[in-house]
Write a new protein. Structure first.
Length: 407
């Protein structure tokens, strides 16, 4: 099989999932990869398992670099099933190996794979622990909640290669392995979506781990995440780390995301009028209709926009189901430092906008007064929507003057 070398004796031996379009609810139009890495040193180590069904592809790639019987260590940085689903099968194919993993990962392995785990040869490792392979040393750094309690980074010291599992990843299937070989706009598009949907709620932990890497003085020649392409050019490494710093701080563009659904087009008319008001103030707006826009894209728009409004008609005294689903999802992702607001139309009783307003307030956002109209917005109502958009845009511009902008 095609061999992919990162550094001398360090190989990518992952699997490419061209087909996956739904990753536990996260839409993945470009597929993904499950990245494993192999170090063919005096002692050989396989870093990270793979998703159930992808083990044979990983082992075919391993066999192109060494004999399976030569592998002495399996590092498990993270137990989520996209990286551990085929570990029981892999262990049957390999000669007895020592598993290097965190204490929390061992506990989670036991939850997933039961009593067989008791028979596995597991060495618990934590921050600062090192294992020598010969010319290379594996150094471990626990990264709890990036994005599970067990998450861990492996650093190949002498090669200056960081293998941080999910961090810095992208759901992107490609036959190219390095960021500098693929359109950077696509990579950053997928990296932002990945951060929004997997890591947005863990901004504090992201900042801590980046500070820890700096404190330890780790020099980095390459970052090999568990999904997508590998970062190796200094400017690309700088770019993704700076993006993580900005996202974790809640920095965003001077932009408003209008997230809505509509029944008989009244909330849609309001949406377009608000968008017009925002545009009149020279601020960018993006309009996203729920049910037609993948939720992962909507979450990314929230990550990248200083403000987001949520619009819904009232249906049976409540908000539209698509809007309810979005609010549940985005509440879990905990966007911070955002201006928000609720708007929509109703017929006789109302209720939907009030519910959205309460939801937004519970998320600790800066929430504008709600805006709602009966049945079909009149010309005066449309004018009020335009003014609502203008006022929001003015607030976004003021906010932007006080805070740094993410690129
Ligand atoms: Fe790629 Fe958290 O698994």
């Amino acid at each position: 099989m095609q061999k992919y070398q990162i550094k001398e004796d360090i190989w990518w031996v992952g699997a490419i999932d061209w087909d996956v379009r739904d990753f536990h609810g996260y839409e993945t139009p470009r597929g993904t990869t499950y990245n494993s890495y192999l170090i063919t040193d005096e002692k050989m180590a396989l870093i990270d398992g793979t998703r159930k069904g992808f083990g044979p592809e990983v082992l075919r790639r391993v066999r192109s670099c060494c004999e399976l019987s030569q592998i002495e260590y399996l590092v498990i940085n993270h137990v989520e099933p996209d990286h551990s689903g085929d570990i029981p099968w892999l262990l049957e194919q390999l000669a007895p190996v020592k598993i290097l993993t965190s204490k929390r990962a061992r506990e989670i392995l036991r939850w997933y794979y039961g009593t067989q785990v008791d028979g596995w040869d597991i060495q618990i490792v934590g921050t600062g622990d090192e294992v020598s392979l010969g010319k290379y040393t594996l150094s471990f750094l626990e990264a709890p909640m990036l994005h599970w309690p067990d998450s861990m980074f492996t650093y190949v010291k002498e090669a200056k290669v960081l293998l941080p599992n999910d961090a810095f990843g992208q759901h992107l299937a490609t036959s190219k392995r390095f960021a500098d070989e693929v359109d950077m706009n696509i990579i950053m598009d997928e990296a932002a979506k990945y951060y929004a949907n997997i890591l947005m709620l863990y901004g504090g932990q992201v900042q801590k781990i980046i500070a820890k890497v700096a404190e330890l003085g780790l020099e980095i020649d390459a970052i090999g995440p568990s999904h997508g392409v590998i970062w190796r050019r200094p400017e690309d490494i700088k770019r993704i780390i700076e993006a993580y710093v900005a996202w974790s701080r809640g920095e965003a563009r001077q932009r408003v995301a209008l997230i809505y659904d509509t029944m008989w087009h009244s909330t849609e008319k309001m949406t377009l009028a608000i968008e017009d008001g925002i545009a009149q103030e020279g601020v960018e707006a993006v309009v996203l209709r729920l049910g037609r826009t993948p939720l992962a894209e909507v979450a990314r728009a929230v990550l990248e926009s200083r403000a987001f409004l949520v619009g819904s008609p009232t249906l049976n005294n409540t908000m539209f189901p698509t809007v309810g689903g979005f609010l549940t999802y985005i509440r879990g992702l905990r966007p911070k430092d955002r201006i928000s607001g609720a708007y929509g139309s109703y017929g006789w009783s109302g209720g939907g906008v009030k519910q959205i307003d309460a939801e937004l307030k519970s998320m600790n956002l800066t929430v504008l007064p709600p805006l709602e109209f009966r049945y079909v917005p009149t010309e005066e109502d449309i004018a009020a929507c335009v003014e609502y958009g203008r006022e929001l845009a003015r607030q976004v511009k003021e906010w932007g003057q006080e805070r740094p902008e993410a690129s």
